[in-house]
Design a protein around this ligand. Structure first.
Ligand code: NAD
Length: 279
C-alpha cells in the first residue's frame, strides 16, 4: 500500500538538482500554480519551503524540484523511491493570478524554471500568448526546457556561458525583446533574487506590470514566525501568506538579498559538518 508522503519516483535533472514525485492526495487535490509546500525531511529536520512544479490530482501526486544547497536538501536528495518524507504541509501561499492579460512573458532562472512552469501552463490555458525566457549558468544546469516549450507559444533560452541558446542572462533577452517593440501586458519572474531585481529594472521604464515570486528564508510558512518578511512599497509583508508573488516594481530587493545572505556562513558550516560526517 502506498504511504502518505512516499516517494514514488525520482530523477536527477542536473547535477545536484533532483525531482521527486511524492504521494500526498490531500495537497494534490488543492494545489494551484504559484503555491508552495513546507517539508520536514526527518523528525529533527528543519522546515524547508519548496515550490510545487507539477501535480496529478487523479494519482494524488506532487512533483517537487529542489537543489541540494544545504543540509536539509542534501538529506532530501538522499531519500529514494519508496522512502517517506516525514512531514509535508500545504498548499501554502496564494495561487498566481491567472487571467487573460494578453501577451505574458514568463522569465525563469535556474531552479526557478520548474516553479514558473505551472504558472506558464495556466496562463496559456487562460488564452494568453506566453513567451518564455529560461536560463541557467550552463547547458547542463538548464532544466524543464521541454516542459516550458510545451506550454509556451515561444521559448527563448539563455546560458551564462553560451553553452546553449543566447550567451547572457535571461534579463538580457528580456531587455532585447522589449526593445524590439513587442507589446507585452505582463511579466512574471521566478528565480534568484538578483535576477528578479534586474528583470524589474528592465520592465520599469516600459511600465509593464511585473510579478516576482519571492524566495526569502522561510520557517513556519504560515505567518507566525516572521522569518520571511520583506519590504514591499515601504511596508513589511510576509511572503508566506501575503505572497509569494508581489509587484516586482514595489519590492525592495536589496533588503531581500541582505536577509537571504544573513545565515550563509552558518549554513555553509552546517553543510561542511554534515558532509564531513559522511552525509
Ligand atoms: P543561478 O544563480 O544559476 O541563476 C539562474 C539564472 O538567473 C542565470 O542563468 C541568469 O539567467 C539569471 N541571473 C543570475 N544572476 C543574474 C544577474 N545578476 N542578473 C540577471 N540575471 C541573473 O540560479 P540557481 O542557482 O538555479 O538558483 C535558483 C534560485 O532560484 C535560488 O536562489 C532559489 O532560491 C530561487 N528559487 C526561487 C523560487 C521562487 O519561487 N521564487 C523557486 C525556486 C527557486
Amino acid at each position: 500500500m502506498i504511504k502518505m508522503n512516499q516517494i514514488l519516483d525520482k530523477r536527477e535533472l542536473a547535477p545536484r538538482i533532483k525531482e521527486v514525485v511524492v504521494y500526498n492526495p490531500k495537497i494534490a487535490s488543492k494545489v494551484r500554480a504559484g503555491q508552495f509546500i513546507v517539508v520536514r525531511v526527518c523528525e529533527e529536520g528543519e522546515r524547508i519551503p519548496l515550490t510545487v512544479a507539477d501535480w496529478n490530482r487523479d494519482k494524488g501526486t506532487l512533483n517537487i524540484v529542489f537543489q541540494e544547497v544545504g543540509v536539509s536538501t542534501y538529506k532530501l536528495g538522499k531519500l529514494g523511491v519508496g522512502d517517506v518524507i516525514k512531514d509535508m504541509v500545504g498548499p501554502l501561499g496564494n495561487p498566481s493570478e491567472i487571467s487573460l492579460f494578453g501577451t505574458v512573458i514568463c522569465v525563469g532562472g535556474g531552479v526557478g524554471v520548474p516553479a514558473i512552469y505551472p504558472i506558464a501552463r495556466e496562463l496559456k490555458g487562460a488564452g494568453n500568448k506566453v513567451v518564455s525566457i529560461i536560463g541557467a549558468r550552463s547547458k547542463d544546469l538548464l532544466i524543464y526546457e521541454e516542459e516550458m516549450r510545451r506550454v509556451s507559444d515561444e521559448l527563448r533560452v539563455t546560458t551564462d556561458d553560451g553553452s546553449k541558446g543566447r550567451k547572457g542572462f535571461v534579463s538580457d533577452e528580456l531587455r532585447d525583446l522589449l526593445k524590439s517593440g513587442l507589446k507585452v501586458d505582463r511579466v512574471i519572474t521566478v528565480g534568484p533574487a538578483i535576477m528578479m531585481k534586474v528583470c524589474a529594472e528592465v520592465t520599469r521604464p516600459y511600465n509593464i506590470k511585473t510579478i516576482a515570486s519571492l524566495n526569502p528564508i522561510m520557517v513556519c510558512g504560515m505567518g507566525m514566525c516572521a522569518a520571511c518578511r520583506v519590504e514591499v512599497a515601504g511596508k513589511t509583508r510576509f511572503v508566506c501568506f501575503e505572497g509569494p508573488e508581489f509587484d516586482a516594481h514595489q519590492v525592495d530587493f536589496d533588503v531581500l538579498l541582505m536577509r537571504l545572505n544573513a545565515y550563509k556562513a552558518e549554513e555553509q558550516m552546517a553543510l561542511k559538518k554534515f558532509l564531513e560526517g559522511g552525509g
